[in-house]
Ligand binder design. Sequence first.
Ligand SMILES: Cc1cc2nc3c(=O)[nH]c(=O)nc-3n(C[C@H](O)[C@H](O)[C@H](O)COP(=O)(O)OP(=O)(O)OC[C@H]3O[C@@H](n4cnc5c(N)ncnc54)[C@H](O)[C@@H]3O)c2cc1C
Length: 313
Amino acid sequence: MSVLVYINNSYSELGKVQFSLISYAKQIAEYNKLQLILCLHQSEDVKSFDFGLYGCNKTIALTHSDMCELNTIKLALSDIIIRENSKFILFENISTSQNLAARLSVIHKAAVLTGITSLPLSYSPLIIQKSIFSSKLLASYKLSNSINFFCVKTDFKINDTYNINSENIEYNLVSEQNVDMKIEAKDTRINLSDANFVLSGGRGMQSKDNWYMIDDLAELIGAAKACSRPISDLGWRPEEEHVGQTGKFISPDCYVAIGISGATQHIAGVSSSKTIISINIDEKAPIFEYSDYGIVADALELLPEIINKLNSK
Ligand SMILES: Cc1cc2nc3c(=O)[nH]c(=O)nc-3n(C[C@H](O)[C@H](O)[C@H](O)COP(=O)(O)OP(=O)(O)OC[C@H]3O[C@@H](n4cnc5c(N)ncnc54)[C@H](O)[C@@H]3O)c2cc1C
């Protein structure tokens, strides 16, 4: 029997969030005397890290070509859950993982909980807490399913003091015809969760065609890129870049919100940033209430000016 951790590392390098999730999973595995199995996409990460130090008994690299459908990953994970007799399946608390967990929970008649913030309070019966109402309250859940899917908001101490001879295997993904959501493997990998400087765009960017301004500026200043939820819903940017209540929680040194109104659901994911700078055309935009520095300007005029200035240096 096992605890399975799934991390989609095709977008970003492994960082403290992912290792924190593994350490969280290890504590569940140890308490229940279960094997810890890690499932990743990039096989280079499997080769370059010794996951035995983090307590993993086995690491499975999902191998695939550039594009991979969510349905294909779902079927592969479902197969691995059966083979490895997984009782707890843990994900990062991001929307693509929540989507996967929901689909898998139907197949395995399992419980699925998102927004988990701590280890189970007890295992017999299984009681665990999750945050509700934009992280304002904690609710306790008593679960009686034999398989449980948890999407975890990770901020747990990383433990890399194990000495396990971790087995590495490759699992070849076979593409499905029934494609409903694609996850694109990227060469240029950014780690939004760990970034110190984040440039984030919202609906005020007006169109996907204007996103090159954020791309160019981010490259010039070495920032990671993020977006508000409508932007990923519209398909302008990948799900992995969406921050907020239903996306990533980030705490960079500096978060720049460009054309973002400042809805509470967005702020929930970025309020731990040390400094927030916002650019908005509307001086009454709520984002200014949360900002250390606010610039009232048309982003579509201001960004090219900043880029030109930086390029001419
Ligand atoms: C259950 C639930 C969960 C949600 N989870 C999330 C979440 O995780 N993350 C998230 O982001 N949202 C989330 N939302 C959506 C959230 O409520 C807002 O709708 C969303 O954050 C708004 O995105 P936005 O600021 O990009 O767009 P808008 O609210 O449309 O704001 C666009 C802003 O751009 C400004 N603007 C327009 N043109 C320009 C210009 N040329 N230059 C500069 N500024 C300009 C406008 O003044 C405006 O302030 C959630 C909603 C619900 C109901």
